[in-house]
Design a protein around this ligand. Sequence first.
Ligand SMILES: [Zn+2]
Length: 221
Amino acid sequence: MRSRRTAGYSLVIIILVILAVILALIAIGIPVFQSYKKKQDKIGCMSAMDSAKRQVIYEYINRGGDMTGQEAVGTAAYAMLGFTDLCPGGGTVYLIDETAKGGAYEITCGLHESDDCLRTRLNAGYVLGQIEDYVGNLKPAEEDEPDAIEVTLNGAKLTAEATDEDLSFKRGTATTMGYENKGTLVYYRLENYEVVYYCFVDEDHVAYWEKDTLWRGDCIE
Ligand SMILES: [Zn+2]
């Protein structure tokens, strides 16, 4: 009787040990897998951007430079999986018009672009555009100005918060001031259903936009 009970305890202990080992393997395995996936996404993204860019430049030269931004997007989309799906990591894809500077069109990703200033500028502008679109669609007589607006950036949802004051974040604030878990921070202020102030803070940079002064920040030329 006693030995049977002991054997029962042993079995329980063995099962618990096995469960602990399985949990430990999962705990170690998930971050390893995630970091592997991130690396694979970046490699896939760079390769897709490169192919799309080449295709656009090839077509641009073929047409003797007679190509609109919309046509460039269409060419890239046709050559690849679709324009917005070029990044396997869900990064927001941007077309940069360099034609006025004597170039063609550049295509880059808001998640994997290696120039962090360029990345901040593109992402900040993209989010501001979404806020302006949202506000532009409100019916002033019927709808209150919102305290928060949900936007999307690089495949993730992001909440932009209304603010009464002009904020002054320093470069790198999002990672040095205890905001690391919040990631990208976005604030805006409306006046008469129009965006008059906007602030975008990511892990490296800060970009401000004001109705009359337009862009300023540590990455604005
Ligand atoms: Zn990407």
